[in-house]
Design a protein around this ligand. Sequence first.
Ligand code: ZN
Ligand code: FE
Length: 257
Amino acid sequence: MKFIPLPAFQDNYLWMLHDGHRALVVDPGDAKPVLQFLRHSGLQLATILVTHHHPDHIGGVDELRDATGAQVYGPAREKIPEPLTRLAQGDEITVLGLRFRVFDVPGHTAGHIAYYCEEVDGAPLLFCGDTLFSGGCGRLFEGTPAQMLDSLHKLAALPGNTRVCCTHEYTLANLKFAKAVEPGNDELAHYFDHCESLRASGLPTLPSSIGRERRINPFLRAREPAVQRAAQDYNGADPGDEVAVFAAIRQWKNEFK
Ligand code: ZN
Ligand code: FE
């Protein structure tokens, strides 16, 4: 299996997975780069996976379905171009011979889902849309901090070697903020330097891994004393429980420049 992040728009990746014959694409906000890639590679698009309803994730679905006959899967509770197979927590699908489990991960949108495959060429793989980013998480457009934190806990509990395929190249901006939250985190500092050199060479910083995110992503670290202290400094008072710490750093990130 090969997986490839096709760049789209300013900073989206349209993740493609293929076995040399058949391909799947995740969240095709734009059909053009996908059709171009299919034409070049001679691959047949079998499957489209959608994580949530935002235009930069579904804009190319109709055109791709019409052009290729690909089967579309998407969240049960969101408005996605029909026809599609609707999925929710606990559902399993087999595509390209791979078994994907579905998680409900509300927060960025109310019905957001993620796709997890236990083994692709020796390691697990996660397509998490705009829920988890490297060093960050999605904005809370339709959910509460408690919902988003719960969703992130679900993802953080996956095996450490799970490859994390996020849909945006937000890593450097996220890590700048993460360093403000945890200036004493050495792994975070090293990872920032590494990602800076990747971007300077025009390379993607993704996929990340769940293990790394647990060590560097402040939104998965609201129980860490250093993150709690930073949230307290930002708030001017003890924010309280883990949800309140998470809410404080999410708010701080919204304002961070
Ligand atoms: Zn989105
Ligand atoms: Fe997005």
